[in-house]
Ligand binder design. Structure first.
Ligand code: FO1
Length: 313
């Protein structure tokens, strides 16, 4: 199994590349749930929905989230009735949250819901939430502590970030199968996702980092930082706030204890010696995923360096 640690938009696009170069039923994504939150009494799982909808081919490609061609009638009425409208949920998108909430209230686990949704939408990649427990990510800012989506969407990532509180609801356990998937993987890929708020919550689950260090599978990351900037989202202020350098080298350092190799962008080629000095393999390529060909090429490079980077275990 090719196991991919995944956040939202960047991971979803990367997975579109992976399934072009490997059979989709041999790929499992372990998906961040730190962005999950409740709104309108509904359980929203942004990263699971982004990955599911992208692989199902129904994503709004321009935004990277939401359903293509969705309408907003419900949102407009929610606004008229005085409900919060800062998090845009299209009518079809709302169906996911209504159904998920009903299934969870009926006793299903998030893992079961994720599996039923991906099957219903014809996704062959197995999608496993990182945890079945609530594990919200909070951002500590000069203006107070906020759930990640409040910081990122409602407050437009404008507050000065001072830190991050992962699993803010209390201890969370890895979902069933997460540790075993890492232990028995052929390859583990860390998608080009935010290392602090997308991959960080997965790594902070008990046993996950240890499993990544111990697995016999090569572990290869793709840097989401290109030329010192994030491809998408607020990675730079968040990385700085937790003491990471906002560069591909900073990403390599953050994962160095379990990583065998990292794929970095060609604009960061000069970082290669410093990353190699950490004991990691480096592949330098174009990591900007403009279309299907670039996505496939990036996945091919990540899998190729994996085959020459064996973990000592
Ligand atoms: N991102 C926004 O910037 N604004 C939104 O209104 C918004 C709504 C939304 C609805 C469903 C969904 O699955 C994702 C949504 N996102 C929105 C994306 C989301 O905030 C983040 O990009 C991810 O949580 C980070 O991966």
């Amino acid at each position: 199994m090719i196991v991919v640690l995944a956040g939202g938009v960047g991971a979803a696009r990367f997975l579109e590349g992976v399934v072009q170069v490997a059979p989709a039923d041999r790929v499992t994504a372990i998906v961040n749930t730190g962005d999950d939150f409740e709104l309108h009494g509904l359980l929203i799982s942004p990263d699971l929905d982004i990955v599911t909808s992208t692989l199902a081919g129904v994503i709004d490609r321009e935004q990277g989230w939401g359903i293509a061609g969705d309408t907003t009638a419900c949102m407009e009425w929610l606004g008229r009735l005085g409900g919060p409208t800062w998090f845009k949920l299209g009518d079809r998108d709302l169906a996911l949250h209504i159904r998920r909430t009903a299934l969870l209230r009926g006793g299903a686990t998030l893992s079961q819901v994720a599996d039923s949704f991906r099957r219903a939408l014809g996704v062959a990649v197995r999608l496993v939430p990182m945890s079945d427990d609530p594990a919200p990510t909070h951002v500590l800012t000069a203006a107070g502590e906020f759930h990640f989506e409040e910081y990122f969407v409602q407050r437009r990532a404008q507050d000065e970030v001072r830190g991050v509180r992962l699993h803010a609801a209390g201890p969370a356990a890895p979902a069933p199968g997460v540790i075993e998937l890492i232990a028995s993987a052929e390859v583990v890929l860390v998608a080009p996702s935010n290392p602090v708020v997308s991959v960080g919550p997965i790594l902070a689950l008990p046993g996950v980092r240890e499993a990544l260090r111990a697995t016999a599978a090569p572990v290869v990351a793709v840097s989401p930082i290109v030329g010192g900037a994030a491809i998408k989202g607020p990675a730079v202020p968040l990385m700085r706030a937790v003491g990471m350098e906002a560069s591909a080298l900073g990403v390599a350092r953050a994962y160095a204890d379990f990583l065998d190799a990292i794929v970095i962008d060609q604009v960061d080629g000069e970082l290669t010696p410093a990353i190699e000095a950490l004991g990691l393999g480096v592949a330098v390529t174009d990591t900007i995923m403009r279309g299907p060909a670039e996505k496939a090429a990036l996945a091919r490079v990540a899998l190729a360096i994996a085959t020459v980077s064996r973990s000592p275990g």
